[in-house]
Design a protein around this ligand. Structure first.
Ligand SMILES: *[C@@H]1O[C@H](CO)[C@@H](O)[C@H](O)[C@H]1NC(C)=O
Ligand SMILES: *[C@@H]1O[C@H](CO)[C@@H](O)[C@H](O)[C@H]1NC(C)=O
Ligand SMILES: *[C@@H]1O[C@H](CO)[C@@H](O)[C@H](O)[C@H]1NC(C)=O
Ligand SMILES: *[C@@H]1O[C@H](CO)[C@@H](O)[C@H](O)[C@H]1NC(C)=O
Ligand SMILES: *[C@@H]1O[C@H](CO)[C@@H](O)[C@H](O)[C@H]1NC(C)=O
Ligand SMILES: *[C@@H]1O[C@H](CO)[C@@H](O)[C@H](O)[C@H]1NC(C)=O
Length: 836
């Protein structure tokens, strides 16, 4: 009994010592129970018991002692929680730190290979918990065990991420399962390395057993796929690769800054966070993956992921899709193969093409030599028929070292403002092609033309020299008028498909059976034939899988005809606004359509050489092919046939009620952002199956946009979804995300609306979206109610046709930012009386 009491007293005394004088270490026979903490000497870190979330589970962990948000950076018993407060941490007689739970069961232990004579466990100011032997003279650096060798989800400054070949230790980060369970999830990060096959260490983030994102190999300055980390004012990176070790580490430039690297299972991302004292919060400095192109091998072999291109996956120059069909449907998994085979065995038959701005390929099948130069590297690659590419292993200064790749090149991406060069092996025939090829055609200036007609001047850049050239002669077939009249049976009314913005459209069949759609332009302009042809050639250059293809034109006498590919499934309005047809378009198809038209518009705005603003984007201008893939039509026409216009202001408003952005309808101000508005409107239509124009709700006067916005505000966006879609299986998260994106696009002020390339990224990623501001055209206002019968008649007879308002009506001084003015506009449209 006495012995028992004594033990209790001893235990209490040892606790008192720890609890009351903030100590940083534990020695043998001292135990440390739930409630006590160790604090590092400088006060930066604290070790103790904690509970994540709302469970009963207790864990031993280390956290920052000097910030108000408890941030646990290391956990001992990650998968073995202690139930309740029975935990006890102690050094036993063989010098091991042991964590015991209920009834003295061991839940975690630190095991060192060597037994210490005089063991001490200490929490250092670096956040490292170490076991050392006080008898050992070098014990300040000679640790028998350290928590830095057993990382959790966080890489602290000076911690090593990587291998120690002497001990076989491989330090990897592993995310918590979720915010209340520190047990490792399946999301981990470390260097892939194999002394035989794979000697150029490559950092991968892995989900389960497959790569999720690759940060890439170290190139002397940064990890090839993560250029965002360098250079910066917060920390300096370091990478060590010797016979003994390979690891990445970083150092703070200013020790009063707190910055960490964390793996997060919930967001599937690897984040660099910095503590912002003034805001008492962690801020993300950089994260990986940062976009779709960071997803491992997203484009398949021998392809380049270009986030601003559409589609984002493109075969490398000299390669073509292995399956064109799959590639066209954006299934990139099979990747690309060579357009012409290599001739390795014939001397000097192969060469290399230099690519720039890349993340280098996966190094799983590579070889590296740090002392070779680039010339030796090239020779080494040429001498080996399986070598496909080479570059410097270290890009600092003039570059040094050599790395070569064998077989398919996997997981390449393009950076716009960083990246490395890569020399890719090509057959001589492929090299010949690039020598003579025109590199790029860049429109440089708009020069005046005949009667308001625009002509574009081009610089054609050839290899090594820049020279001025005439408008490039593109092969656009000129059809004979008789061919077209035969094909359309003399523009028979039976062949009429509809009425577009610039005239009627007819279906036709050429002699060889090819089906065509012929647009008969009803614009009588004074434009010369030559200029018109030139314009058609420019439009013909706009080629994208989500744009209707222009086959050619016919300009003879008074007839001006454009000949397009024929779309068997008519236009989108025919489906979404029709209760029968609407059933044919399930949610996933609608989502594909939204993504497709977003890419098509992005191409027009950004990626094409002409930078086209559509100005009449609407459901009836989105045609569907036989697989219901969307293709935008009537692009480029406003620009060409719209008449007087400068880049920003027009006094001929071309567009369609219900889709026109307020600033365009009122002030004739158009920009890519007015197209974004129309796009947003169309997205809301596709989701709701309701027409924006003439929308009516029994309970309120809101427009479709106003209705969507109100539901969004109330958190009941789902109510917007077309009732045909409600019962069927759908992706709720995706639906809500699309509505959210739609609302961002129809915001009142153009500057608030995202660009089409942001929209494309938002559609396919899961990043957090900003909250939309109030949209343009919120409510149908009094002016619409007061409309007189003659306007009503007129507007209903115009139905959904495009309109052209010929004079500059709105000479008022009201600016785009005059919110009130913008709210007055309603449809059926009446001329707003801004003066009253
Ligand atoms: C943990 O302890 C609580 C109360 O002490 C008990 O109700 C619960 O069943 C225990 N859970 C486990 C898993 O032992
Ligand atoms: C100390 O703990 C370790 C780990 O649990 C164990 O292997 C060892 O036997 C213990 N030593 C003693 C004397 O209990
Ligand atoms: C506690 O451990 C002792 C001996 O190891 C065992 O006899 C006893 O049943 C255990 N008690 C509980 C509640 O697990
Ligand atoms: C992961 O990120 C989410 C969202 O930012 C956050 O709520 C969660 O706490 C993070 N998880 C961990 C384990 O830190
Ligand atoms: C380090 O950071 C602190 C806090 O941000 C700042 O006050 C201080 O000036 C910095 N020191 C240096 C040398 O930059
Ligand atoms: C690396 O290259 C250097 C210089 O060419 C050469 O001396 C050395 O043997 C090479 N090392 C290996 C492992 O091939």
């Amino acid at each position: 009994m006495f012995a028992f009491m004594l033990t209790i007293i001893l235990v209490i005394l040892s606790h008192l010592q720890i609890v009351f004088s903030a100590v940083d270490s534990i020695r043998p026979f001292q135990s440390f129970s739930d409630g006590g903490t160790l604090v590092s000497q400088g006060g930066g870190f604290e070790l103790g018991f904690f509970t994540p979330g709302n469970s009963n589970s207790r864990y031993v962990g280390i956290w920052y002692a000097n910030i108000p948000v408890k941030t646990v950076v290391w956990v001992a018993n990650r998968c073995n929680p202690i139930n309740g407060s029975s935990g006890l941490l102690t050094i036993n007689s063989t010098g091991n730190l042991v964590l015991m739970g209920h009834n003295k069961s061991v839940v975690w232990l630190m095991s060192s290979s060597k037994q210490a004579k005089k063991p001490i466990v200490q929490l250092l100011d670096s956040g490292n918990l170490v076991l050392r032997d006080e008898e050992d003279g070098n014990s300040e650096t000679n640790y028998l065990w350290q928590s830095f060798d057993d990382p959790s989800d966080t890489l602290l400054p000076n911690m090593k991420l990587g291998w120690d070949f002497r001990t076989g230790l491989n330090r990897r980060l592993s995310a918590w399962k979720n915010w209340e369970d520190p047990c490792p999830g399946d999301f981990t990060c470390g260097f892939e390395f194999d002394p035989q096959l794979h000697t150029y260490p490559d950092m991968h983030m892995v989900k389960g057993t497959t790569s999720f994102t690759r940060a890439g190999p170290w190139n002397g300055l940064y990890l090839s796929g993560f250029p965002a980390i360098e250079p910066n004012p917060v920390y300096s990176n370091d990478f060590v690769y010797t016979e003994d070790e390979v690891y990445y580490t970083y150092n703070l430039k200013n020790n009063s800054v707190i910055s960490i690297m964390v793996m997060n299972q919930t967001t599937s991302s690897h984040q660099r966070l910095t503590w912002i004292d003034a805001e008492e919060t962690w801020r993300t400095y950089a994260s990986l993956p940062s976009d779709e192109c960071d997803k491992y091998d997203v484009c398949g072999a021998n392809a380049n992921c270009m986030i601003y291109e559409s589609p984002m996956c493109q075969c490398l120059k000299g390669f073509k899709p292995k399956s064109q069909e799959k590639w066209n449907s954006m299934d990139w998994s099979e990747g690309c193969v060579r357009s012409s085979p290599l001739n390795c065995l014939e001397k000097d038959k192969d060469g290399f093409i230099k690519f720039s701005g890349l993340k280098v390929p996966d190094t799983k099948r590579s070889w590296v030599n740090k002392s070779m130069n680039l010339k030796e590297c090239r020779a080494k690659c040429l001498s080996d028929c399986s070598c496909m590419a080479y570059t410097n292993s270290d890009i600092r200064g003039q570059g040094s070292g050599c790395v070569i790749w064998f077989g398919d090149l996997i997981d390449i991406r393009q950076f716009s403002d960083a990246g490395q060069v890569l020399f890719i092996r090509m057959s001589r025939s492929e090299l010949g092609k690039t020598n003579n090829k025109i590199r790029a055609v860049i429109p440089v200036a708009v020069i005046g033309g005949v009667s308001g007609m625009l002509l574009l001047g081009y610089f054609i850049c050839r290899r090594g020299s820049k020279e001025r050239n005439q408008v490039e002669d593109l092969e656009v077939p000129l059809f004979n008028l008789s061919t077209i009249t035969t094909a359309t049976q003399n523009f028979s009314i039976d062949n009429k498909l509809g009425e577009g913005g610039f005239g009627p459209v007819y279906r036709g069949r050429l002699e060889d059976g090819q089906e065509i759609a012929v647009k008969r332009l009803s614009i009588s302009s004074g434009q010369g034939e030559k200029e018109l042809k030139n314009e058609v050639k420019l439009i013909a250059k706009l080629q994208h899988r989500n744009l209707v293809k222009l086959f050619g034109c016919c300009i003879q006498a008074e007839e001006k005809l454009l000949v397009y590919e024929y779309m068997s499934n008519k236009s989108l309005d025919y489906f979404i606004f029709d209760s029968k047809q609407g059933k044919l378009l399930g949610w996933s198809k609608r989502f594909q359509i939204i993504c497709g038209i977003a890419r098509g518009l992005q191409y027009l705005h950004q990626d094409s050489r002409l930078r086209v603003i559509h100005r009449d984007f609407k459901a009836s201008n989105v045609l569907l092919d036989n697989e219901l893939n969307p293709k935008i039509s009537d692009f480029g026409l406003a620009r060409t046939f719209g008449g007087d216009q400068s880049e920003e202001k027009t006094n001929r408003v071309i567009g369609t009620y219900g889709y026109m952005a307020p600033e365009y309808a009122f002030h004739g101000l158009f920009s890519t952002k007015s197209d974004v508005f129309s796009f947003g409107t169309l997205v809301l239509e596709i989701i709701s199956g309701k027409k924006s124009r003439g929308f009516h709700h029994e309970n309120h006067d809101h427009t479709l946009i106003g209705h969507a916005w109100t539901l969004h505000k109330e958190g009941s966006s789902f109510g917007l979804l077309d009732k045909h879609l409600r019962e069927s299986h759908h992706n709720l998260k995706q639906v809500l995300r699309c509505i959210h994106i739609g609302l961002l696009c129809v915001q009142q002020f153009p500057v608030d609306r995202p660009s089409m390339s942001s929209v494309v990224v938002m559609l396919v990623s899961e990043s957090e979206l900003p909250q939309p501001e109030q949209p343009g055209y919120f409510t149908e206002m009094v002016s619409a109610k007061r409309e007189n019968s003659s306007t009503k008649k007129k507007s209903s007879s115009m139905r959904d046709m495009s309109i052209t308002i010929l004079e500059a009506r709105f000479t008022t001084k009201a600016t785009v930012h005059d919110a009130k003015a913008c709210h007055v506009l309603a449809w059926p449209w009446v001329k707003p009386d801004l003066a009253s």
